[in-house]
Design a protein around this ligand. Structure first.
Ligand code: KG4
Ligand code: ZN
Length: 401
C-alpha cells in the first residue's frame, strides 16, 4: 500500500477523495486528503482545487441559463479535472487509463454527452489512474441538466478507475466547508442553526448533532442570491449581482447618500422561518421605473443597491435570530454564495456578539467549489455510505432532511 488507503478503507489511513461540483455555473474538481472518524480527530489537506466559473457567459441572461450551463460543464470538466490532478501531482502522464474496448463501453454510457466523451476519451488515452480512493459528486440540489453532467462524468471515471462513488448534498457541502479551517473542523456546540443563502437556496436548518439536519424554513419564491441578482439586473448591473450590489452599497455608505426609497422587508413579521423575496424585486422595479429613462444616476443606483442589500440582510438576520432563540442555538453557521457579503458578515457578527458563535466560510469557499463536496463526501465515505452507479441520480430538489 502506498501511504494512503486503497479503497473502502477505515479512517486510520488518509483517504483521498476526488470531489466534483456542477450544480450551477461553477465547474469544480478538487482532491482532498483526509483522516479521522467523525468531526473530532478529523484532519484534511487540499491537494488540488480547480474551478472554472461560467458567470461571464450567463451575464447576458441575467441569471444561469440551465442548458448553457450543462454544455459548458461538458466542455470544462476534463480541463478542470486535469488542473486539479496537476496541482495534486497526480496527473499521470505517459500512462493510460482505458483501452479501446473500455472506451467503446464508455461511449455508450455517455451517448448523450458526446462532446464530454470526446474530451474524456482523449484524456483517458493519455493519462493513467491517479492515486485517489473514491469519487464524491454533487447529486443535488441544483439545476438538473447541470447536475447530470457532473454525475455522468463521475460515473465514467468511477467505472474506468474502479472507484466507489459518494452522492453529496450540495447544502451539506456548504455547511461543512464553513467549519473547515487550517486542516481541521472548527468544533461547534449544538444545537446549531445553519443559514444557507445562495443563488438557488435560502434555508434555515437546525442541527442537533453531528450530521443531523432538520430544515425549519425555506424560501417560498426567490432565493436570497436571486434577490441580489434580480435587483442588480434591474439596476443595470451585471450577473452575478451580489458582488455588484455589495460594491455599490459600500459606495453609498462611504458617500453617505440620502435614504429616500425604503424597501419592504418581506415576511419579517411572519412567525414561520420561511422567506419570500419576490416582492422585493417588484419594489426595486417600481423605483427603477420611476427614474426618467436612462437617467438613473450613479448615486441613485448606489443608494438603491444599499437599500436592496439592507432589506435582504435585515430579513435574513431577523429570521436567523429568531431561530437561534427558539432552538436555544449555541452556534450559527452561514454558508452559500451570499455568505461572501461583507455587510451581512458585519451585521451577523454584531447581532450575535457575546451570544451564539458565528461561523462563516473563508471567502474562497463561500461560493460553489469542489473542496466542499470532497469534504462532505469524506464523512460519508468514511462511514462507507457509497452508492451504486445505477442508483446515483440528479435530484434538483434534494433536501437535507
Ligand atoms: O453558492 P453559490 O456560489 O451558487 C449557488 O449554489 O447558487 O451562490 C451564488 C450566489 C449568487 O446569487 C451571487 O449573486 C451571490 O451568491 N453572491 C453574493 C456575493 N457573492 C456572491 N451575494 C451578495 N454579496 C456577495 N458578495
Ligand atoms: Zn451553492
Amino acid at each position: 500500500m502506498d501511504g494512503h488507503c486503497v479503497s473502502m478503507c477505515g479512517s486510520m489511513f488518509p483517504m483521498r477523495i476526488l470531489g466534483i461540483e456542477t450544480s450551477a455555473d461553477e465547474t469544480g474538481v478538487a482532491i482532498l486528503e483526509a483522516t479521522g472518524s467523525g468531526e473530532k480527530d478529523f484532519k484534511y489537506k487540499v491537494l488540488g482545487n480547480a474551478l472554472l466559473s461560467q458567470a461571464e457567459l450567463h451575464t447576458r441572461y441575467g441569471g444561469i441559463f440551465p442548458n448553457l450551463a450543462k454544455r459548458e460543464h461538458g466542455r470544462n470538466l476534463v480541463p478542470v479535472l486535469m488542473e486539479a490532478l496537476r496541482l495534486s501531482g497526480e496527473l499521470q502522464e505517459g500512462q493510460k487509463s482505458a483501452d479501446e474496448d473500455k472506451l467503446r463501453e464508455l461511449e455508450k454510457l455517455l451517448e448523450r454527452e458526446h462532446e464530454m466523451f470526446t474530451y474524456l476519451s482523449e484524456f483517458l488515452r493519455a493519462y493513467g489512474k491517479p492515486s485517489v480512493d473514491c469519487i464524491a459528486v454533487t447529486a443535488g440540489p441544483g439545476l438538473e441538466p447541470a447536475l447530470w453532467m457532473g454525475i455522468n462524468f463521475a460515473k465514467a471515471l468511477a467505472d474506468v478507475w474502479q472507484l466507489p462513488l459518494v452522492a453529496v448534498n450540495h447544502l451539506e457541502g456548504h455547511i461543512m466547508v464553513a467549519r473547515a479551517k487550517d486542516g481541521v473542523l472548527i468544533p461547534i456546540e449544538e444545537p446549531a442553526i445553519a443559514l444557507l443563502v445562495s443563488g438557488g437556496h435560502t434555508e434555515l436548518i437546525e442541527m442537533d448533532g453531528w450530521m443531523r439536519y432538520k430544515t425549519i424554513g425555506a424560501t417560498r419564491d426567490d432565493a436570497a442570491g436571486e434577490a441580489f441578482d434580480k435587483s442588480a439586473r434591474l439596476i443595470g448591473l451585471p450577473y452575478p449581482g451580489g458582488p455588484e450590489i455589495s460594491r455599490l452599497a459600500k459606495a453609498a455608505r462611504v458617500a453617505n447618500l440620502a435614504r429616500t426609497d425604503i424597501l419592504p422587508r418581506p415576511m419579517i413579521q411572519d412567525m414561520s422561518f420561511d422567506f419570500s423575496f419576490s416582492g422585493l424585486k417588484t419594489a426595486v422595479k417600481k423605483i427603477v421605473d420611476s427614474w426618467t429613462p436612462g437617467l438613473g444616476t450613479d448615486d441613485m443606483k448606489s443608494a438603491l443597491a444599499r437599500e436592496a442589500e439592507e432589506a435582504i440582510v435585515d430579513v435574513l438576520l431577523s429570521k436567523t435570530s429568531r431561530a437561534v432563540e427558539s432552538y436555544g442555538a449555541k452556534t450559527v453557521i452561514v454558508g452559500g454564495g451570499v455568505s461572501a457579503n461583507d455587510y451581512l458578515r458585519k451585521r451577523f457578527a454584531e447581532e450575535f456578539h457575546g451570544g451564539a458563535h458565528v461561523l462563516f466560510p473563508s471567502a474562497e469557499f463561500s461560493t460553489d467549489n469542489a473542496v466542499m463536496i470532497a469534504l462532505a463526501g469524506y464523512f460519508h465515505a468514511e462511514k462507507k455510505e457509497f452508492i451504486g452507479a445505477a442508483e446515483l441520480r440528479a435530484n434538483g430538489n434534494l433536501r437535507l432532511a
